[in-house]
Design a protein around this ligand. Structure first.
Ligand SMILES: C[S@@+](CC[C@H](N)C(=O)[O-])C[C@H]1O[C@@H](n2cnc3c(N)ncnc32)[C@H](O)[C@@H]1O
Length: 192
């Protein structure tokens, strides 16, 4: 049995740095899947969620949580992010920032959707392999380019243990194969 801990890790890091009133904040959950982020954040007092996902099946499950006021279907990459620019206090993307999911260019769209001073939180698994290495390199370039353009600034970037955990397995001696670490990125949109 595997524990997917990315939502908890991302939301914990975000909440350490979020200084507004969670009850009033508007949150955009990109690649929302079944709605784990809204579940995690609503436990901290967040109430206003919009979600986007490329799968109608996932959106149906997210709708069943009853936590999202608005859900949109969009395959990011081929389609633009369907979100009003400049209005979200928090934009969060968990579990889809990798080769084969959302293309690197999505980070610019996340920033566009945030309001000035809003937070953009992203977490991804540190998988191995050439595709991941290339994706990571181009993600780093895009993030730095956006910093250089004055669009956003880093609040914190940190490596997290156990993005995936296997609590029921004895992983001793097999950590290399079984333990997946992750990186969480938190950025603040510039006030222009
Ligand atoms: C691992 S799940 C993560 C779901 C949720 N964020 C969570 O952490 O529980 C990845 C989600 O990203 C969505 N996804 C992947 N690539 C996408 C794309 N290009 N555009 C929109 N959604 C995408 C999938 O449909 C899936 O719901």
């Amino acid at each position: 049995m595997m524990d997917y801990r990315a939502p908890q890790l991302a939301v914990a890091f975000l909440s350490e740095h979020f200084s507004g009133n969670p009850g009033e904040a508007l949150v955009l959950d990109v690649a929302c899947g079944t709605g784990l982020i809204a579940k995690e954040m609503s436990a901290l007092g967040f109430k206003h969620f919009e979600g986007v996902d490329g799968s109608q099946g996932m959106l149906d499950l997210a709708a069943q949580t009853g936590l999202y006021q608005h859900l949109s279907l969009a395959l990011l990459g081929p389609e633009p992010l369907p979100a009003q620019p400049g209005v979200f206090d928090v934009v969060i993307l968990v579990g889809a920032l990798n080769a084969g999911s959302a293309p690197v260019g999505i980070v610019r769209e996340l920033c566009k959707a945030a309001k000035p001073g809003g937070l953009i939180c992203m977490i991804r698994a540190n998988h191995r392999g050439e595709l991941t290495a290339k994706y990571t390199e181009s993600l780093k370039r895009e993030i730095e380019l956006m910093e250089g353009e004055g669009l956003w600034s880093p609040v914190g970037v940190k490596e997290v243990d156990k993005y995936m955990d296997y609590p029921h397995l004895d992983t001793k001696g097999a950590e290399d194969e079984l333990v997946v670490t992750g990186t969480v990125y938190l950025y603040k949109k510039s006030i222009v």
